[in-house]
Design a protein around this ligand. Structure first.
Ligand SMILES: Cc1cc2nc3c(=O)[nH]c(=O)nc-3n(C[C@H](O)[C@H](O)[C@H](O)COP(=O)(O)OP(=O)(O)OC[C@H]3O[C@@H](n4cnc5c(N)ncnc54)[C@H](O)[C@@H]3O)c2cc1C
Length: 332
Protein backbone atom coordinates (compact mmCIF):
# COMPACT_ATOMS: atom_id res chain seq x y z
CA UNK A 1 0.00 0.00 0.00
CA UNK A 2 1.29 3.47 -0.90
CA UNK A 3 2.14 5.77 2.01
CA UNK A 4 1.55 9.52 2.04
CA UNK A 5 2.67 11.93 4.78
CA UNK A 6 0.90 15.25 5.27
CA UNK A 7 3.02 17.68 7.31
CA UNK A 8 0.84 20.12 9.26
CA UNK A 9 -2.49 19.65 11.04
CA UNK A 10 -4.03 23.08 10.44
CA UNK A 11 -7.18 23.43 8.37
CA UNK A 12 -5.13 23.02 5.17
CA UNK A 13 -3.23 19.88 6.25
CA UNK A 14 -6.25 18.22 7.83
CA UNK A 15 -8.55 18.82 4.84
CA UNK A 16 -5.84 17.67 2.42
CA UNK A 17 -5.24 14.48 4.41
CA UNK A 18 -8.98 13.75 4.39
CA UNK A 19 -9.27 14.31 0.65
CA UNK A 20 -6.33 11.98 -0.09
CA UNK A 21 -7.99 9.38 2.13
CA UNK A 22 -11.25 9.85 0.26
CA UNK A 23 -9.85 9.60 -3.26
CA UNK A 24 -7.13 6.98 -2.88
CA UNK A 25 -6.50 3.75 -1.02
CA UNK A 26 -3.15 4.81 0.42
CA UNK A 27 -2.18 5.00 4.08
CA UNK A 28 -2.23 8.65 5.15
CA UNK A 29 -0.24 9.98 8.12
CA UNK A 30 -0.48 13.50 9.50
CA UNK A 31 2.78 14.61 11.09
CA UNK A 32 2.56 17.88 12.98
CA UNK A 33 3.98 19.87 15.82
CA UNK A 34 0.60 21.38 16.74
CA UNK A 35 -3.00 20.20 16.44
CA UNK A 36 -6.40 21.74 17.06
CA UNK A 37 -7.08 23.76 19.27
CA UNK A 38 -3.61 25.21 18.76
CA UNK A 39 -3.65 25.93 15.02
CA UNK A 40 -4.11 29.24 13.24
CA UNK A 41 -7.75 28.63 12.34
CA UNK A 42 -8.78 27.78 15.92
CA UNK A 43 -9.26 31.39 17.02
CA UNK A 44 -10.86 32.51 13.76
CA UNK A 45 -14.58 33.25 13.37
CA UNK A 46 -14.69 31.23 10.16
CA UNK A 47 -16.59 33.53 7.83
CA UNK A 48 -16.45 33.37 4.04
CA UNK A 49 -13.96 35.91 2.67
CA UNK A 50 -11.26 35.95 -0.01
CA UNK A 51 -8.82 38.05 1.99
CA UNK A 52 -5.06 38.60 1.83
CA UNK A 53 -4.45 36.12 -0.99
CA UNK A 54 -2.06 38.44 -2.82
CA UNK A 55 -2.01 38.01 -6.57
CA UNK A 56 -3.23 34.41 -6.57
CA UNK A 57 -5.17 34.04 -9.84
CA UNK A 58 -8.76 35.25 -9.23
CA UNK A 59 -10.23 32.27 -11.18
CA UNK A 60 -8.40 29.87 -8.90
CA UNK A 61 -9.49 31.72 -5.76
CA UNK A 62 -13.13 31.61 -6.83
CA UNK A 63 -12.95 27.93 -7.83
CA UNK A 64 -11.43 26.97 -4.45
CA UNK A 65 -13.96 29.10 -2.58
CA UNK A 66 -16.90 27.58 -4.47
CA UNK A 67 -15.79 24.02 -3.71
CA UNK A 68 -15.39 24.95 -0.03
CA UNK A 69 -18.71 26.80 0.22
CA UNK A 70 -20.44 23.80 -1.39
CA UNK A 71 -18.87 21.41 1.14
CA UNK A 72 -19.86 23.63 4.05
CA UNK A 73 -23.40 23.72 2.67
CA UNK A 74 -23.41 19.90 2.73
CA UNK A 75 -22.24 19.95 6.36
CA UNK A 76 -24.93 22.50 7.19
CA UNK A 77 -27.60 20.18 5.77
CA UNK A 78 -26.32 17.23 7.83
CA UNK A 79 -27.49 16.21 11.30
CA UNK A 80 -24.06 17.24 12.67
CA UNK A 81 -24.16 20.87 11.58
CA UNK A 82 -24.72 22.28 15.09
CA UNK A 83 -21.97 20.19 16.66
CA UNK A 84 -19.63 21.14 13.82
CA UNK A 85 -20.25 24.87 14.34
CA UNK A 86 -21.83 25.53 10.96
CA UNK A 87 -24.36 28.38 10.76
CA UNK A 88 -26.15 30.05 7.89
CA UNK A 89 -25.91 33.76 8.54
CA UNK A 90 -26.81 37.15 7.16
CA UNK A 91 -23.73 39.18 6.26
CA UNK A 92 -23.15 42.82 5.31
CA UNK A 93 -19.88 43.83 3.75
CA UNK A 94 -19.28 47.58 3.73
CA UNK A 95 -17.10 49.56 1.32
CA UNK A 96 -15.93 46.54 -0.65
CA UNK A 97 -14.44 47.03 -4.10
CA UNK A 98 -14.78 45.99 -6.82
CA UNK A 99 -18.56 45.80 -7.15
CA UNK A 100 -19.65 43.22 -8.19
CA UNK A 101 -17.06 41.19 -6.25
CA UNK A 102 -15.35 38.21 -7.92
CA UNK A 103 -17.04 35.86 -5.41
CA UNK A 104 -20.60 37.12 -6.02
CA UNK A 105 -21.82 33.72 -7.30
CA UNK A 106 -20.25 31.71 -4.47
CA UNK A 107 -22.34 33.06 -1.59
CA UNK A 108 -26.13 33.38 -1.68
CA UNK A 109 -28.18 36.37 -2.83
CA UNK A 110 -25.60 39.17 -3.06
CA UNK A 111 -27.27 42.55 -3.50
CA UNK A 112 -26.22 46.17 -3.17
CA UNK A 113 -27.62 47.93 -0.12
CA UNK A 114 -29.68 51.06 -0.70
CA UNK A 115 -28.64 54.53 0.53
CA UNK A 116 -31.31 54.33 3.25
CA UNK A 117 -29.98 50.98 4.44
CA UNK A 118 -26.42 52.35 4.51
CA UNK A 119 -27.56 55.11 6.86
CA UNK A 120 -28.96 52.51 9.25
CA UNK A 121 -25.60 50.80 9.72
CA UNK A 122 -23.74 52.15 12.73
CA UNK A 123 -20.72 54.22 11.93
CA UNK A 124 -19.38 56.83 14.30
CA UNK A 125 -17.06 58.55 11.86
CA UNK A 126 -18.09 59.44 8.32
CA UNK A 127 -20.46 57.42 6.17
CA UNK A 128 -20.38 54.09 4.46
CA UNK A 129 -19.84 54.57 0.73
CA UNK A 130 -21.37 51.25 -0.28
CA UNK A 131 -22.58 47.97 1.13
CA UNK A 132 -23.33 44.44 -0.02
CA UNK A 133 -25.75 42.13 1.70
CA UNK A 134 -25.66 38.36 1.34
CA UNK A 135 -26.27 35.06 3.08
CA UNK A 136 -23.32 32.77 3.71
CA UNK A 137 -21.91 30.42 6.35
CA UNK A 138 -19.78 30.69 9.43
CA UNK A 139 -17.81 27.47 9.91
CA UNK A 140 -16.17 27.59 13.35
CA UNK A 141 -12.86 25.72 13.10
CA UNK A 142 -12.43 25.02 16.82
CA UNK A 143 -15.70 23.08 16.59
CA UNK A 144 -15.40 21.27 13.24
CA UNK A 145 -11.66 20.50 13.31
CA UNK A 146 -11.84 18.05 16.27
CA UNK A 147 -14.74 16.40 14.46
CA UNK A 148 -12.65 16.01 11.28
CA UNK A 149 -9.66 14.71 13.27
CA UNK A 150 -11.83 11.95 14.76
CA UNK A 151 -13.19 11.11 11.29
CA UNK A 152 -9.63 10.93 9.87
CA UNK A 153 -8.57 8.46 12.58
CA UNK A 154 -11.76 6.41 12.21
CA UNK A 155 -10.94 6.03 8.51
CA UNK A 156 -7.55 4.51 9.39
CA UNK A 157 -5.50 7.73 9.35
CA UNK A 158 -2.38 7.87 11.51
CA UNK A 159 -1.29 10.85 13.61
CA UNK A 160 2.26 11.65 14.71
CA UNK A 161 3.04 14.61 16.95
CA UNK A 162 6.53 15.79 16.10
CA UNK A 163 8.50 18.57 14.47
CA UNK A 164 9.68 17.68 10.97
CA UNK A 165 13.26 18.70 10.17
CA UNK A 166 13.38 17.72 6.50
CA UNK A 167 10.75 16.92 3.87
CA UNK A 168 13.36 15.02 1.81
CA UNK A 169 14.12 12.73 4.77
CA UNK A 170 10.43 11.79 4.96
CA UNK A 171 10.58 10.59 1.35
CA UNK A 172 12.75 7.67 2.52
CA UNK A 173 9.67 6.31 4.28
CA UNK A 174 6.74 7.81 2.34
CA UNK A 175 5.93 7.74 -1.39
CA UNK A 176 4.70 11.31 -1.37
CA UNK A 177 4.93 14.16 1.16
CA UNK A 178 2.48 17.06 1.30
CA UNK A 179 3.74 20.26 2.89
CA UNK A 180 0.95 22.18 4.70
CA UNK A 181 3.07 24.03 7.24
CA UNK A 182 1.43 27.46 6.89
CA UNK A 183 3.45 30.41 8.12
CA UNK A 184 6.34 28.13 9.18
CA UNK A 185 6.88 26.74 5.65
CA UNK A 186 10.20 28.58 5.21
CA UNK A 187 11.80 26.37 7.90
CA UNK A 188 11.44 23.34 5.61
CA UNK A 189 11.62 24.98 2.18
CA UNK A 190 13.74 28.12 2.57
CA UNK A 191 10.85 30.01 0.94
CA UNK A 192 11.58 33.69 1.61
CA UNK A 193 8.18 34.81 0.31
CA UNK A 194 6.15 33.46 3.22
CA UNK A 195 5.65 35.84 6.15
CA UNK A 196 3.26 36.29 9.06
CA UNK A 197 0.27 38.58 8.76
CA UNK A 198 -0.53 39.03 12.42
CA UNK A 199 -4.20 39.05 13.35
CA UNK A 200 -5.50 40.05 16.78
CA UNK A 201 -9.19 39.55 17.63
CA UNK A 202 -11.46 39.76 20.67
CA UNK A 203 -14.30 37.44 21.69
CA UNK A 204 -17.22 38.97 23.54
CA UNK A 205 -20.52 37.80 24.94
CA UNK A 206 -23.28 39.66 23.05
CA UNK A 207 -26.06 37.15 22.39
CA UNK A 208 -28.24 39.86 20.81
CA UNK A 209 -25.84 40.08 17.84
CA UNK A 210 -26.79 37.36 15.34
CA UNK A 211 -25.31 38.68 12.09
CA UNK A 212 -22.01 39.60 10.45
CA UNK A 213 -20.73 43.01 9.44
CA UNK A 214 -17.33 43.75 7.93
CA UNK A 215 -15.79 47.03 6.85
CA UNK A 216 -13.15 46.91 4.15
CA UNK A 217 -12.27 50.58 4.69
CA UNK A 218 -11.22 50.49 8.32
CA UNK A 219 -8.17 48.27 8.12
CA UNK A 220 -10.47 45.28 8.41
CA UNK A 221 -12.79 45.91 11.37
CA UNK A 222 -15.53 43.32 11.69
CA UNK A 223 -18.17 41.87 13.99
CA UNK A 224 -18.99 38.20 13.41
CA UNK A 225 -21.54 36.25 15.44
CA UNK A 226 -20.43 32.73 16.31
CA UNK A 227 -22.65 30.19 18.09
CA UNK A 228 -21.50 30.98 21.65
CA UNK A 229 -19.73 34.33 21.30
CA UNK A 230 -19.13 37.21 18.93
CA UNK A 231 -15.74 37.77 17.31
CA UNK A 232 -14.65 41.39 16.93
CA UNK A 233 -11.65 42.11 14.76
CA UNK A 234 -9.16 42.78 13.79
CA UNK A 235 -5.65 43.60 12.74
CA UNK A 236 -3.40 42.51 9.89
CA UNK A 237 0.16 43.49 10.70
CA UNK A 238 2.76 42.66 8.12
CA UNK A 239 5.77 40.54 9.04
CA UNK A 240 4.95 40.55 12.74
CA UNK A 241 5.60 37.33 14.71
CA UNK A 242 4.26 38.57 18.07
CA UNK A 243 1.53 36.23 19.33
CA UNK A 244 0.80 38.17 22.54
CA UNK A 245 -2.33 40.38 22.43
CA UNK A 246 -1.41 44.09 22.62
CA UNK A 247 -3.23 46.83 24.50
CA UNK A 248 -3.24 49.29 21.56
CA UNK A 249 -4.75 46.62 19.30
CA UNK A 250 -7.43 45.85 21.89
CA UNK A 251 -8.43 49.51 21.81
CA UNK A 252 -8.40 49.66 18.00
CA UNK A 253 -10.65 46.58 17.92
CA UNK A 254 -13.06 47.92 20.57
CA UNK A 255 -13.37 51.31 18.82
CA UNK A 256 -13.67 49.83 15.32
CA UNK A 257 -16.24 47.28 16.45
CA UNK A 258 -18.40 49.98 18.04
CA UNK A 259 -18.30 51.99 14.79
CA UNK A 260 -19.97 49.04 13.10
CA UNK A 261 -22.27 48.02 15.95
CA UNK A 262 -22.60 50.55 18.79
CA UNK A 263 -24.38 47.92 20.93
CA UNK A 264 -20.97 46.34 21.54
CA UNK A 265 -20.59 48.96 24.27
CA UNK A 266 -22.66 46.65 26.48
CA UNK A 267 -20.80 43.45 25.53
CA UNK A 268 -18.72 41.51 28.05
CA UNK A 269 -15.16 40.76 26.91
CA UNK A 270 -14.26 37.06 27.09
CA UNK A 271 -10.84 36.72 25.48
CA UNK A 272 -8.22 38.30 23.25
CA UNK A 273 -6.32 36.14 20.76
CA UNK A 274 -3.59 36.44 18.14
CA UNK A 275 -2.99 34.22 15.10
CA UNK A 276 -0.38 34.39 12.35
CA UNK A 277 -1.91 34.17 8.88
CA UNK A 278 0.43 32.57 6.34
CA UNK A 279 0.99 35.53 4.02
CA UNK A 280 2.53 35.05 0.58
CA UNK A 281 2.36 37.03 -2.68
CA UNK A 282 0.61 33.93 -4.07
CA UNK A 283 -0.66 30.67 -2.57
CA UNK A 284 1.90 27.93 -3.18
CA UNK A 285 0.01 24.92 -4.47
CA UNK A 286 2.34 22.98 -6.73
CA UNK A 287 4.41 19.86 -7.08
CA UNK A 288 8.17 19.67 -6.58
CA UNK A 289 9.26 16.10 -7.40
CA UNK A 290 7.50 13.82 -4.89
CA UNK A 291 6.62 16.75 -2.61
CA UNK A 292 3.35 18.66 -2.98
CA UNK A 293 3.26 22.15 -1.44
CA UNK A 294 -0.01 23.59 -0.17
CA UNK A 295 0.57 26.70 1.93
CA UNK A 296 0.31 30.49 2.01
CA UNK A 297 -3.50 30.91 2.26
CA UNK A 298 -3.36 34.30 3.99
CA UNK A 299 -6.67 35.31 5.57
CA UNK A 300 -8.70 32.79 3.56
CA UNK A 301 -7.77 29.30 4.74
CA UNK A 302 -11.30 28.56 5.98
CA UNK A 303 -12.75 29.93 2.73
CA UNK A 304 -10.65 27.91 0.28
CA UNK A 305 -9.46 24.77 2.11
CA UNK A 306 -11.56 22.23 0.22
CA UNK A 307 -10.76 23.49 -3.29
CA UNK A 308 -7.06 23.48 -2.36
CA UNK A 309 -7.31 19.99 -0.81
CA UNK A 310 -8.79 18.66 -4.05
CA UNK A 311 -6.11 20.30 -6.22
CA UNK A 312 -3.35 19.02 -3.92
CA UNK A 313 -4.86 15.52 -4.06
CA UNK A 314 -4.73 15.61 -7.88
CA UNK A 315 -0.99 16.30 -7.59
CA UNK A 316 -0.50 13.51 -5.03
CA UNK A 317 -2.28 11.11 -7.41
CA UNK A 318 0.10 12.11 -10.21
CA UNK A 319 3.11 11.33 -8.00
CA UNK A 320 1.68 7.93 -7.03
CA UNK A 321 0.66 7.15 -10.60
CA UNK A 322 4.22 7.76 -11.82
CA UNK A 323 5.44 5.34 -9.15
CA UNK A 324 2.82 2.78 -10.21
CA UNK A 325 1.32 2.95 -6.72
CA UNK A 326 -1.99 4.71 -7.26
CA UNK A 327 -4.93 2.81 -5.86
CA UNK A 328 -8.12 4.82 -6.30
CA UNK A 329 -11.08 4.17 -4.03
CA UNK A 330 -14.69 4.23 -5.06
CA UNK A 331 -15.60 6.26 -1.96
CA UNK A 332 -17.86 9.24 -2.67
C1 LIG B 1 -7.40 36.52 13.46
C2 LIG B 1 -7.62 35.61 12.27
C3 LIG B 1 -8.90 35.51 11.73
C4 LIG B 1 -9.13 34.72 10.60
N1 LIG B 1 -10.40 34.61 10.12
C5 LIG B 1 -10.64 33.89 9.00
C6 LIG B 1 -11.95 33.75 8.49
O1 LIG B 1 -12.92 34.25 9.08
N2 LIG B 1 -12.12 33.08 7.32
C7 LIG B 1 -11.07 32.52 6.65
O2 LIG B 1 -11.27 31.94 5.58
N3 LIG B 1 -9.81 32.57 7.15
C8 LIG B 1 -9.57 33.25 8.30
N4 LIG B 1 -8.29 33.33 8.80
C9 LIG B 1 -7.18 32.70 8.05
C10 LIG B 1 -7.02 31.22 8.37
O3 LIG B 1 -7.12 31.01 9.77
C11 LIG B 1 -5.66 30.72 7.85
O4 LIG B 1 -5.58 30.98 6.46
C12 LIG B 1 -5.52 29.22 8.07
O5 LIG B 1 -5.76 28.89 9.41
C13 LIG B 1 -4.14 28.72 7.65
O6 LIG B 1 -4.14 27.33 7.85
P1 LIG B 1 -2.85 26.44 7.67
O7 LIG B 1 -3.30 25.04 7.88
O8 LIG B 1 -2.16 26.78 6.40
O9 LIG B 1 -1.85 26.92 8.81
P2 LIG B 1 -1.71 26.49 10.43
O10 LIG B 1 -3.06 26.43 11.01
O11 LIG B 1 -0.75 27.45 10.94
O12 LIG B 1 -1.14 25.05 10.32
C14 LIG B 1 0.21 24.77 10.07
C15 LIG B 1 0.52 23.43 10.72
O13 LIG B 1 1.83 23.04 10.34
C16 LIG B 1 2.50 22.58 11.51
N5 LIG B 1 3.94 22.73 11.27
C17 LIG B 1 4.60 23.83 10.83
N6 LIG B 1 5.92 23.56 10.68
C18 LIG B 1 6.08 22.27 11.06
C19 LIG B 1 7.20 21.38 11.14
N7 LIG B 1 8.45 21.77 10.80
N8 LIG B 1 7.00 20.11 11.58
C20 LIG B 1 5.77 19.68 11.94
N9 LIG B 1 4.68 20.47 11.88
C21 LIG B 1 4.83 21.74 11.43
C22 LIG B 1 1.95 23.42 12.63
O14 LIG B 1 2.19 22.83 13.88
C23 LIG B 1 0.47 23.45 12.23
O15 LIG B 1 -0.20 22.30 12.68
C24 LIG B 1 -8.04 34.05 9.97
C25 LIG B 1 -6.77 34.12 10.54
C26 LIG B 1 -6.54 34.90 11.68
C27 LIG B 1 -5.16 34.96 12.27
Amino acid sequence: MAKVAVVGAGIIGLSTALEIQKQTSCKVTIISEKFTPETTADGAAGIFGLYLLGSTQPDRQVKWAKRTHDLIETWWKSQNSGAMGISLISCRRMNHTPVPPIWKDVVFGVRKMTKEELKDVGRLTGEHKSGLEMITFTAEPYRFMPYLMRFFEKQGGEILKQKVESLQELLKEYDCVVNCTGVHASYLTGDKLIKPLRGQVMRVSAPWIRTVILDDLDDGNYVIANQESVVVGGTHQDNDWDTIPREEDKQFIRDGGKCLDPSLDEAKEIAHWVGLRPGRPEVRLEREGCIVHNYGHGGSGITVFQGCAEEATDLVKLVLQEKGKLGVTAKL
